[in-house]
Design a protein around this ligand. Structure first.
Ligand code: AVJ
Length: 332
């Protein structure tokens, strides 16, 4: 990088650069803080929302195409047959808010029903939604698209023009399963406030099923899920200057029927030390970093959770095997 002598840099250039630099620094600081907090906790853990850098998002898309990972194609199947029925629950001319977008394949099925006049994809990663928004504008010329880059686990502001539109919400892909049940309730309450009273929230829920099916879904034979899990260490090395040796960690995922969740871990193969942000993190041999929980519900247990958050379950659609549910809730 070439540097101009001190004081010779045009002021407007410096100013143009300022916001971007400041924003990246804030993002990195929060990431660094969360990583240090997680790695100094006992047991060690890391928040799953950090899986989704560019490589992680690409690997997740690859996971959805493995033969073992049934949730995406099962939910797509439900939406393909039920989209118009589901969309009929939206008020005409609604703004549809999608929590944790990613690829727009699922929401497109709902948009095709033609009830929605504005679409608000909310996602933590900046890249995906912006590019996707351009494609959506091309394919749905009458749809207003307002991508929001935000961590939807915290409250965020809705774009101004939406203030007067009726709203509906959707959280597909069993994203809600990443929350602890208590957090899921808090999230649903927060979503209810954003959506307003008597609005509809459509939630994708992965259902409890045979442990072998669940274990296979998170341990695909091609090893894509393992790569996805390990990518978190590469990301921490790259963005925070840590010195993890990813080859000395292995992927572990299993269904715990007692807690009704699939847990993912990164297991240290050896006793070792890792430097992260000026700290030394010690690992015992076989010590793990808990990287994800993916809660599995029954239709009834999820309905109970939704009621706890002030929603009334109004309709449920499932696939013939009962692997996945799409549940429509109405806020009080
Ligand atoms: C996108 C969070 C729903 O929990 O099934 C896939 C992420 N992790 N394989 C899930 C994931 C491992 C996925 N969610």
């Amino acid at each position: 990088m070439s540097r101009s002598p001190a004081g010779r840099q045009p002021a407007d250039f410096a100013m143009a650069l300022q916001p971007a630099v400041a924003r990246d620094q804030i993002v990195d600081e929060v990431f660094a803080r969360d990583v240090i907090a997680g790695l100094t906790a006992r047991p060690k853990r890391l928040p799953p929302k950090y899986f989704y850098d560019e490589t992680g998002s690409r690997l997740f898309e690859e996971i959805t195409r493995t033969p073992e990972y049934y949730p995406t194609r099962t939910e797509l199947g439900i939406l393909q047959t039920r989209a118009s029925e589901i969309a009929r629950l939206f008020p005409p001319g609604a703004a549809l808010i999608e929590f944790g977008s990613g690829s727009s394949r699922k929401v497109r099925l709902l948009l095709d029903a033609g009830r929605v006049c504005a679409y608000v994809p909310v996602d933590i990663s900046a890249q995906g939604p912006k590019q996707e928004a351009a494609r959506l504008k091309r394919d749905y010329p009458r749809l207003a698209v307002f991508p929001v880059v935000a961590d939807f686990t915290h409250s965020f502001r809705l774009p101004r023009p939406l203030a007067r539109l009726p709203r509906a919400g959707v959280i597909p892909g069993t994203t809600i399963g990443n929350f602890e049940p208590a957090q899921a309730i808090a999230f649903l309450r927060h979503a209810a406030r954003m959506l307003g009273s008597a609005s509809v929230f459509v939630v994708g829920v992965d259902l409890v099923k045979d442990a072998a099916v669940l274990n296979a879904a998170y341990n695909d034979a091609a090893g894509i899920t393992a790569k996805f899990n390990l990518n978190l260490l590469y990301r921490i090395n790259r963005e925070l200057g840590a010195d993890f040796d990813p080859a000395s960690f292995s992927h572990q995922a299993f269904f715990d029927p007692e807690r009704s969740r699939v847990e993912m871990h990164l297991v240290s193969r050896v006793r070792q030390r890792v430097n992260v942000c000026g700290r030394v993190i010690e690992f015992r041999a076989a010590e793990t970093i808990h990287t994800e929980n993916s809660y599995k519900y029954t239709v009834e247990s999820f309905a109970a959770l939704a009621r706890n958050a002030g929603f009334e379950p109004i309709e449920t659609w499932t696939d013939p095997a009962g692997y996945f549910a799409v549940q429509a809730l109405r806020s009080g």
